[in-house]
Design a protein around this ligand. Structure first.
Ligand SMILES: CC(C)(COP(=O)(O)OP(=O)(O)OC[C@H]1O[C@@H](n2cnc3c(N)ncnc32)[C@H](O)[C@@H]1OP(=O)(O)O)[C@@H](O)C(=O)NCCC(=O)NCCS
Length: 191
């Protein structure tokens, strides 16, 4: 499960203080993508309030960056107490980067994070006619139990293991180094 990313793209967790980048990305979504992301029509104010919670405890957002700009996200949110074992996931990719495998990478990372946080039941709010999201959810290697007649899908990632914890730590470390090089090379180009 290692889908390649579009050229120049980088996936990493959002850092503390990047809620503004998350807000700007969500506000840039075209009308249809915003509608499917939030399972309905939502105002700019709702989007802004939602983005501001990205740094809350129990929320992990993976971002897809191109030239330092956030163009896609996979959001994992624990539901209920620390021990509930339940979470929600939602994905958003700006139109020009859709259907290039970005959603696949973000879903893989989100599933690994869910698994490592003991989340065993992951709800994905997905409109019944969202074929792309359904196709994406079907192809990942996880126990899937989707009911697309309703608007909620459910994924049961297997339990975490020392190896899965290591995989997330290594991925974070690698992403950090890549992001640092990315910033450096953009500074170099600008100079
Ligand atoms: C849904 C979304 C997250 C998927 O991400 P993506 O990067 O576009 O998806 P991928 O490129 O990884 O492709 C996922 C699968 O969908 C398939 N697909 C692409 N476009 C499709 C379409 N129009 N109809 C059906 N399937 C489609 C791809 O072929 C791929 O399957 P494959 O690898 O077996 O061929 C993204 O399109 C998006 O942000 N849409 C708007 C918001 C949204 O719908 N969010 C989901 C609800 S939370």
């Amino acid at each position: 499960m290692h889908a390649p990313l579009p050229d120049g793209g980088l996936v990493r967790k959002l850092w503390v203080g990047e809620t503004d980048a998350y807000r700007d990305h969500l506000l840039r979504l075209d009308h249809d993508s915003r509608h499917t992301r939030f399972s309905g029509a939502v105002s700019n104010e709702v989007v802004v309030r939602h983005a501001a919670t990205a740094g809350d405890i129990g929320v992990v957002v993976h971002g897809f960056f191109v030239d330092g700009i956030l163009r896609g996200t996979g959001e994992l949110r624990r539901v209920g107490s620390m021990f509930s074992g339940e979470g929600e996931a939602a994905f958003s990719i700006e139109k020009p980067w859709q259907s290039h495998g970005v959603g696949t990478v973000l879903l893989e990372r989100t599933l690994l994070s869910a698994r490592n946080r003991g989340i065993r039941s992951l709800h994905m709010h997905c409109l019944a006619d969202n074929r792309r999201m359904q196709q994406l959810a079907r192809k990942v290697d996880a126990g899937l139990s989707f009911d697309f007649g309703s608007v909620v899908g459910e994924v049961d990632p297997p339990r975490y293991t020392p190896l899965s914890l290591l995989r997330e730590a290594l991925t974070d470390g690698h992403s950090f180094v890549s992001a640092a090089f990315d910033v450096q090379s953009r500074l170099f180009k600008a100079a």
